[in-house]
Design a binder for this molecule. Structure first.
Ligand code: ATP
Ligand code: ZN
Length: 283
């Protein structure tokens, strides 16, 4: 049995549950309880506050956990970052009131900065040789300048709308963060084996998300050109069509190169291009 800690509620809860579901792991009980056991995988799920997860993983109360990299770095426990999960993306930034002139990091000298991320902020200021006072608070950081508590803030940002509504502007990005899978350093061989199985599934889900299945018809004299832009998992599958001189080509393409590839395929006389999502991909 492997114990995983995930956020009880909040920004990472739904995506964490969704990831486990996509990995074929069924959880019948919701997050109403503190913990539950998966129906069809040797996994016990603990629902916790995100701030507590690194400590619990370090102590071995949970074996693995899903948290923002920002929390992992702030708590600074001796645990492993096993996998970047690709959701919960945000950045930890410094912001100042809109009206304040800001030209370089030197403008932070001597300021009072409010944050819940004092460890990461202190490391950043030390590295940049900035002398500023850190005022640690536990929440509602964005209102600190408005009520005269601090000159600047250091907080998580995604769209920037919270900063905007509070009359602040982002001036330095300290860290780019996303949800990560973290693990205790002393897993038993049996636990490691379960983790490997889970990682294989997570990988398959992630790869599939980044890939598309593509089918098209092409004249045979262009097959060489088309194969060159469609490497696929090994090479594309090519099947002759009943129509003389034509073939059907099937392959897998990367989401990022997608439009580039489509343009090239068109220039090589490809027709009837069909693109499908892939549910899982094991390579
Ligand atoms: P908890 O009750 O578990 O302590 P919380 O209020 O501390 O929850 P959330 O606001 O739910 O935490 O954020 C959880 C994580 O989601 C953050 O640590 C961060 O990694 C990620 N995240 C993504 N976008 C944002 C954002 N715009 N603001 C805050 N966190 C974000
Ligand atoms: Zn929290």
């Amino acid at each position: 049995m492997l114990k995983i800690a995930i956020q009880k509620s909040g920004r990472l809860f739904e995506d964490s549950i969704k990831l486990l579901k996509e990995c074929g792991i069924e959880i019948s009980n919701g997050n109403k309880q503190l913990k539950t056991v998966a129906d069809n995988f040797p996994l016990e799920i603990y629902f916790l506050r995100d701030d507590d997860i690194p400590q619990y993983v370090y102590d071995g109360v949970a074996d693995i956990g899903i948290v923002g990299e920002n929390v992992l770095l702030e708590k600074n426990k001796d645990i492993d970052l096993v996998y970047r999960l690709g959701f919960g993306k945000c950045r930890l930034s410094i912001a100042v009131p809109k009206g304040v002139e800001y030209s370089s990091i030197q403008d932070l000298q001597g300021l009072k900065i409010a944050t819940t991320y004092s460890t990461i902020l202190q490391n950043f200021l030390t590295e940049k040789k900035i002398n500023a006072e850190i005022h640690e608070i536990s929440g509602s950081v964005e209102i600190a300048p408005g009520i005269g508590l601090a000159h600047a803030i250091c907080d998580l940002v995604s769209s920037g709308s919270t900063l905007f509504t509070n009359g602040l502007k982002e001036v330095e990005v300290i860290l780019k963060s996303e949800a990560v899978l973290t693990a205790n350093k002393n897993l038993s061989p049996e636990q490691k084996e379960i983790l490997e199985k889970l990682l294989l599934r997570i990988n398959a889900v992630k790869k599939a998300k980044n890939s598309k299945y593509i089918m098209l018809n092409a004249p045979n004299h262009q097959l060489k050109n088309i194969s060159a832009v469609l490497p696929g998992m090994k090479s594309p599958t090519i099947v002759p069509l009943p129509e003389e001189g034509w073939s059907s080509v099937q392959s897998v393409v990367n989401e990022n190169d997608f439009w580039d590839i489509i343009e090239k395929l068109k220039s090589f006389e490809a027709e009837g291009i069909i693109v499908l999502p892939i549910e899982k991909m094991i390579v």
